[in-house]
Design a protein around this ligand. Structure first.
Ligand code: PEP
Length: 254
């Protein structure tokens, strides 16, 4: 078991609406969660952040609300974009950056991702920086090299990592029902931590939370989350049903 407090994060992607999102956060907020042992986060689409926070404010809980993406620009003529300032003003405390769907479908390059990380930090948002190799990279034995390059470029010139969480999400495991084996996931997390230790020092690396994402379910969560360097999960599909998400949050119970 790792020394770091686990973070279980749910990425709703472009799913749920005001009513179903409300029901989900209310179910989570009303559930028995030991927040001393685990941090819980939900990332609705930006338009659902305020309704989610409003529902959560009526029930005692410590659930964190995050955006799924921000613009790297401060403000201006960028139709369809949401700024870090807007996300922060809406009450969200975190943002995901560099999710593989952003990288693949919206061409978020490592350079753009690095600008987004900087912009988020400027506005006091914590960041879950997502990295992960494609199947092609893995089959070409380039998985570690690819992921470490994404980490290095994403964190370029970021002075402090205290508001950064990394999420290792192999692209071939996202939404596919195929999960990295606990051993393969642990090996990658260890490689990431060793790399961060090399570029930022061991003390920083030891404190850094590295989540695993890619078809995490109530069935596989415990084994994945018991690995030494896996400090939580970024969950897509299974975060949309409170029953499943709560089983993952409570992976350590029983
Ligand atoms: C994700 O969207 O980050 C993700 C890991 O999705 P899923 O859990 O559905 O694979």
């Amino acid at each position: 078991m790792s020394k770091r407090k686990p973070l279980i994060a749910g990425n709703w992607k472009m799913n749920l609406d005001k009513l179903t999102g409300k029901k989900l956060v209310e179910d989570l907020a009303n559930a028995n969660i030991d927040y001393k042992k685990v941090d819980v986060l939900v990332a609705p689409s930006s338009i659902l952040i305020q309704p989610a926070l409003c529902s959560l404010s009526k029930i005692k809980n410590s659930i964190i609300v995050a955006a799924q993406n921000i613009s790297h620009e401060e403000k201006g003529a960028f139709t369809g974009e949401t700024s870090a300032a807007m996300v922060a003003a809406s009450g969200a405390k975190y943002t995901l950056i560099g999710h593989s769907e952003r990288r693949q479908l919206y061409v978020d390059t490592d350079q753009l991702i690095n600008l987004k990380v900087k912009k988020a930090l400027e506005h006091n948002l914590s960041v879950i920086l997502c990295v992960g190799e494609t199947l092609w990279d893995r089959e070409a034995s380039a998985a570690v090299e690819t992921v470490l390059a994404q980490v290095g470029k994403g964190l370029k010139d970021i002075k402090s990592l205290t508001k950064i969480v990394l999420a290792y999400e192999p692209v071939w495991a996202i939404g596919t029902g195929v999960t990295a084996s606990p051993k393969d996931a642990q090996n990658m997390h260890k490689a990431i931590r060793e790399y961060v230790a090399k570029i930022r020092g061991k003390a920083v690396a030891d404190k850094l939370r590295i989540l695993y994402g890619g078809s995490v379910t109530p069935i596989n969560a415990k084994e994945l989350l018991s690995q030494k360097d896996i400090d939580g999960a970024l969950v897509g599909g299974a975060s949309l049903k409170s029953e499943d998400f709560l089983k993952i949050i409570n992976f350590d119970k029983k």
